[in-house]
Design a protein around this ligand. Structure first.
Ligand code: NI
Length: 138
């Protein structure tokens, strides 16, 4: 376990009540655990914003496979960003739609560009990029 520090803080009562409701909803056992989670989220965000890599994330997309353009575009984007896609999970949802989850690793801007290319393509019904950490945060 990492070395720990004890801190005390001042916070408005109403804000603390809202925080306690949020942490209970999210399943955090105590305030310390919830606060550490929020700090890690902020650090992950900052790392992505600063553009320092490598970073990891997942791109989830639901697309209409009957639109041939999007299937080709996903393959082309993968080849254009060689080495960025570590793995792909593909599920045929129904006659029309496919769900694809891609594990991405690379420079933050490359990952964002790849995700934007796919999410902005015609035929994509829904999708999102989840930005996470390589595990180098405490
Ligand atoms: Ni499919």
């Amino acid at each position: 376990m990492s070395q720990m520090e004890r801190v005390s803080m001042t916070i408005e009562t109403e804000l603390l009540e809202q925080f306690d409701r949020l942490r209970r909803q999210r399943g955090h056992r105590n305030r310390s655990e919830a606060l550490r989670d929020l700090i890690r989220r902020a650090l992950v965000e900052q790392r992505w914003e600063q553009g320092r890599g490598p970073v990891v994330g997942t791109l989830t997309v639901v697309y209409d496979h009957t639109n041939r353009h999007i299937s080709k575009q996903i393959v082309a984007a993968g080849h254009a960003h060689e080495g960025l896609v570590s793995a792909t999970l593909h599920i045929h949802l129904n006659r029309k739609y496919c769900l694809e989850v891609m594990a991405l690793k690379g420079d933050p801007q490359d990952v964002r560009d790849f995700a934007d290319t796919i999410l902005g393509a015609k035929g994509v019904l829904h999708g999102d990029l989840v930005m996470t950490t390589m595990g180098d945060l405490t």
